[in-house]
Design a protein around this ligand. Structure first.
Ligand code: ADP
Ligand code: MG
Length: 164
């Protein structure tokens, strides 16, 4: 990510990753596009579960990786949460077939797992989070942000995490 600001936070357990997501979800006040990178099992979907909670997606939805259906859409209080997983997507056409192009607009929150697998698509990410396994802290999340709202948001959530 160009011209980005980077913050690193440690997560010692799934609940902390969930809470980081939740804190970010709570701060969202306009449409945003977020990239989640990292190996399988690194915690991306756990983060999205917390994020959905912060956005006030109804408890009746259980959030899992949309590995087979590519996109899961959830109504939230003021937004529509679009959770996308590109892990099994082989081409741009396949993604377009899902109606992906219609998911733009101020009220759409896009959160995308495995964005690096479809480099042909020029996503404009406000925030990118890299999830890494770590011996001491369990997981390390590196948050980078650019644009107008991204840097402000990552400052807020990483500062909160430090006092947990
Ligand atoms: P991904 O979407 O990146 O494949 P998931 O969130 O689906 O990953 O799975 C992460 C798994 O790792 C879960 O089983 C979770 O309980 C476990 N886990 C252990 N420690 C952590 C942590 N610090 N953060 C997130 N998940 C963790
Ligand atoms: Mg996942």
């Amino acid at each position: 990510m160009k011209n980005s600001q980077v913050k690193t936070v440690n997560s010692k357990n799934p609940q902390q990753t969930f809470n980081l997501g939740k804190n970010l979800g709570k701060q969202i006040s306009q449409g945003i596009c977020i990239a989640l990178k990292g190996e399988l099992g690194a915690g991306k979907t756990t983060f999205v579960q917390g994020f959905a909670k912060g956005l006030k997606v109804s408890e009746k939805y259980y959030i899992t990786s949309p590995t087979f259906n590519i996109i899961n859409i959830y109504p939230a209080e003021s937004f529509t949460l679009c959770h996308i997983d590109l892990y099994r997507v082989a081409s741009v056409e396949e993604l377009e077939y899902t109606g992906f192009d219609d998911l733009t607009g101020e009220n759409h929150i896009l959160i995308i797992e495995w964005p690096e697998l479809l480099e042909q698509i020029d996503f404009k990410f406000d925030i990118e989070i890299n999830f890494k396994f770590d011996d001491c802290y369990n997981r390390i999340l590196s948050l980078s942000a650019s644009g107008q709202q991204g840097p402000n948001l990552i400052n807020k959530i990483s500062d909160k995490q430090n006092i947990l």
